[in-house]
Design a protein around this ligand. Structure first.
Ligand SMILES: C[S@@+](CC[C@H](N)C(=O)[O-])C[C@H]1O[C@@H](n2cnc3c(N)ncnc32)[C@H](O)[C@@H]1O
Length: 258
């Protein structure tokens, strides 16, 4: 992905330098076509999710990272994501959180990076085909921040905090959280290799602890090897719908920031 955008003063991906905070980011360029099942990125030539996106999100990310089991265990949970996009994965996680035991006083913190954030109207339109989560969608759209570079902390009800970082994903290395689960969702590696590069996977590992789970829709060899290289045990699992396989992973390497 060329970094030739004069409106995005966030340093350069090539140098791995990020200066979060400051002026506006370039919004995502979304294509809506009659034949399109959902939003499509004109920047990357790829879809954000398939027609059955909510069910896919539940299968790949919620199921793959064992979020329901983690919530049932009680206490706080931290989920981190590479690529916020339309926020559909966040809404699926928030929805899963609502089914927790009422005695659970923990918090759900969802941290996600996005360097081409959707405009608010595109965000709302992305969720329109999922009436089941329309109430949560409306609340997210209402709270969605202005497209200003840097982190935005959004406190929603029910102990849910969204930390939405409008920056390149490697900005995770400036964060201090430790994730219980990672949703790795950054377009196909063939279309967006930047999102799967070693430097970024190292930042994922640095914000993980033994037992942290990760899930992704791709089983690309480079992603498998990259995750193994930074300390994850990886496993292929049945994919969603037409996709034969997906990946889940468990962090076994040492945490690098204890
Ligand atoms: C497949 S979409 C994510 C879908 C999203 N999780 C959802 O629930 O709608 C991938 C996202 O990653 C973002 N992205 C791609 N490369 C990035 C990078 N290097 N840093 C931050 N975000 C990136 C894209 O702009 C896009 O929104």
């Amino acid at each position: 992905m060329p970094n030739d955008d004069q409106t995005r003063p966030l340093g350069t991906q090539a140098e791995g330098v990020f200066a979060s905070g400051g002026p506006g980011v370039r919004p995502a360029s979304i294509e809506w076509t009659a034949s399109s099942a959902g939003p499509r990125s004109a920047d990357f030539g790829d879809i954000y999710f398939a027609a059955d996106g909510l069910a896919e999100s539940r299968h790949v990310f919620i199921g793959g990272s064992r979020i329901a089991e983690r919530i049932a265990a009680g206490g706080d949970i931290v989920i981190a994501e590479t690529g916020f996009g339309s926020g559909l994965n966040f809404l699926a996680a928030w929805d899963a959180w609502l089914s927790r035991d009422m005695g659970n006083c923990g918090r759900l913190t969802f941290v996600s990076c996005e360097f081409r954030p959707m405009r608010k109207d595109d965000l709302a339109r992305s969720h329109a085909t999922f009436p089941e989560i329309s109430a949560l969608s409306a609340r997210l759209v209402d709270a969605y921040p202005a497209l200003v570079a840097g982190p935005h902390d959004i406190d929603l009800d029910e102990g849910v905090r969204l930390r939405l970082i409008f920056d390149e994903a490697a900005a995770f290395r400036f964060e201090t959280f430790t994730a219980d689960a990672w949703f790795l969702d950054g377009f196909a590696p063939s279309r967006n290799p930047e999102m799967w590069r070693c430097e970024l996977l190292a930042a994922v590992a640095a914000r993980s602890r033994p037992g942290t789970r990760a899930a992704t829709f791709t089983v690309a060899g480079a992603v498998r090897r990259g995750l193994q290289c930074v300390g994850f045990d990886v496993e292929k699992r049945p994919g969603f719908g037409q996709k034969r396989e997906m990946l889940t992973a468990t962090f076994v390497g040492p945490s690098r920031h204890d």
